[in-house]
Write a protein that binds this ligand. Structure first.
Ligand code: FAD
Ligand code: NAI
Length: 467
């Protein structure tokens, strides 16, 4: 009896563990399996949380060097890297233990080991110690996440050629870190090691950084990172890494092809994207269909083509973000419990936790243009925001794009201090179908950074007051 469940979740990341919790809250008997020694998935163990701990610690280190202007003398600032890495580990440890607590509280059976579907209603659990047991499940949710993509011929060894996982635990600050890919991981972890003293060069295939972020934001962001000392080789690609010598010799070519230049580096960080992880889950045996990019195919209710088998998170289509996985986890659990579950994919915020931060939700100006929508833009720089000024953090701006006819907010883009926290306001407004005028008429406390959002909203109608 004990091995029969209403729901077995394979994968204990933000998709899996939240799905288990919501389903248990709704009265289902639930088991959640993860093969890592700890729950929390990529996000808690080797993703969001350790990277943000290092981003925070390295930012404090950087700021400590620049406090003279505030009248604070900190002459003997030095780096204790093992202690900084220890802070990161402690943060991860406490949060992963928090999930164990939540599992106990919600009477979820947490199983550490591998889950493999034998049929739509049977999952073989092999514990990390090698013991096997068959679980019976009325429903199965696959939430097995994603893994790093590498370039052909370049092998990640997690010491000199690292993925984000290795880059979160380098034992010493590299002299020169070469980052392949100017997306989220490259810019966040590149920032960490630049602040700690490394020379950092980012090689990006496209002619801009940050992937699909708003073009104007991307340009301002690039300028700010260059000012901090990060170097960029845009419209370029890495074609090989020679590892035989003491330093790595990286071949960098123009993206369109042409002569390669050789760049020496101590460490290479590979971050050109991630792909869904589906190996060993038994999907082929059960007949679960994948799409052309290896993602599990689901319908609007997270149902695969096999009855009773669902999938959520990085392993299905959509942005690979923890909060997207979490939203899907709630919706899937509710659907399995016979309720209505829904995710609004038009309002999923994205944040890059650098300094300045970049945060956005909704459509970029390029997307609005391409869709042929008649639009208006309001923009407000942080140089004119009092709170940014008193904090000495005036890089960047807030930008609101609204439909010219209806005034409905289509997108909000912020590059600046604390943009990640501020984007929540924009997401709530958009979820409620707000017009720019609604934000413009909402009283914002003074002095706060969020006043920049209100001024940008006023700007949609050409009536910015503070500039
Ligand atoms: P995962 O978190 O990947 O969890 C899947 C779990 O399934 C893993 O623990 C895996 O071990 C387990 N598993 C796989 N197969 C099996 C099996 N057969 N049996 C048992 N267990 C199995 N997103 C954000 O929103 N904000 C951020 O700041 C952020 N920072 C990131 C930083 C880095 C360096 C990285 C790499 C990612 C970051 N992400 C961030 C992305 C985020 O981590 C993912 O979107 C999120 O973890 C996806 O959740 P998931 O539950 O789908 O999968
Ligand atoms: P990414 O998709 O964000 O960026 C990859 C970059 O590499 C792109 O700019 C792409 O143009 C470039 N690229 C691709 N091939 C290349 C090549 N051959 N040479 C040079 N450049 C090349 O992927 P990244 O940074 O690896 O992150 C993976 C995922 O993790 C992202 O999808 C993101 O959603 C998630 N993540 C989210 C974070 C956050 O929300 N703050 C933080 C870190 C990761």
């Amino acid at each position: 009896m004990a091995d029969e469940f209403d729901l077995v979740v394979i994968g204990g990341g933000p998709g899996g563990y939240n799905c288990a919790i919501r389903a248990a809250q709704l009265g289902l008997t639930v088991a959640c399996i993860d093969k890592r020694g700890t729950f929390g998935g990529t996000c808690l163990n080797v993703g969001c949380i350790p990277s943000k701990a290092l981003l925070h610690a390295s930012e404090v280190f950087e700021e400590a060097h620049h406090m003279g202007a505030l009248g604070v003398k900190a002459d003997k600032v030095s780096l204790d890297l093992p202690a900084m890495l220890g802070f990161k580990e402690k943060t991860v440890d406490e949060l992963t233990k928090g999930i164990e607590f939540l599992f106990k509280k919600n009477k979820i059976t947490g199983l550490k080991g591998t889950g493999k579907m034998l049929s739509a209603t049977e999952v073989l659990f092999t514990s990390n110690e090698g013991e096997e047991k068959k679980l019976t499940a009325k429903n199965v949710v696959v939430a097995t996440g994603s893994e790093v993509i590498s370039l052909p011929g370049i092998e990640i060894d997690e010491s000199r050629i690292v993925s984000s996982t290795g880059a979160l635990s380098l034992e010493k600050v590299p002299g020169h870190l070469l980052v392949i890919g100017g997306g989220v991981i490259g810019l966040e972890l590149g920032s960490v090691w630049r602040r700690l003293g490394a020379e950092v060069t980012v090689v990006e295939f496209l002619d801009h950084i940050g992937g699909e972020m708003d073009g104007e934001v991307s340009k301002t962001f690039l300028r700010a990172l260059k000012k901090q000392g990060m170097k960029f080789k845009l419209s370029s690609k890495v074609t090989g890494v020679e590892t035989s010598g003491k330093t790595l010799k990286v071949a960098v070519e123009p993206a369109k092809g042409g002569d390669a230049e050789e760049v020496e580096a101590d460490v290479v960080l590979m971050c050109i994207g991630r792909k869904p992880f589906t190996a060993g889950v038994g999907l082929e045996d059960v007949g679960v269909m994948l799409d052309e990019r290896g993602r599990i195919e689901v319908d609007g209710h997270y149902r695969t083509n096999v009855a009773g088998v669902y999938a959520i998170g990085d392993v299905i289509k959509g942005p690979m973000l923890a909060h997207k996985a979490e939203d899907e986890s709630m919706a899937a659990a509710e659907i399995i419990a016979g309720k209505a579950g829904h995710v609004n994919y038009d309002v999923i915020p994205s944040v890059v936790y650098t300094n300045p931060e970049v945060a956005f939700v909704g459509m970029t100006e390029e997307q609005v243009k391409a869709a042929g929508i008649d639009y208006k833009v309001g923009k407000f720089p942080f140089t004119a925001n009092a709170k940014a000024k008193v904090g000495g953090m005036t890089d960047g701006f807030a930008k609101i794009i609204a439909d010219a006819k209806t005034d409905r907010v289509l997108g909000v883009h912020i590059v600046g201090p604390d943009a990640g926290n501020m984007i929540g306001e924009a997401a709530v407004a958009m979820e409620f179908g707000a017009a720019a005028e609604d934000i413009a008429l909402t009283c914002h406390a003074h002095p706060t950074l969020s006043e920049a959002i209100r001024q940008a909203a006023l700007g949609v109608d050409n009536r910015i007051m503070q500039m």
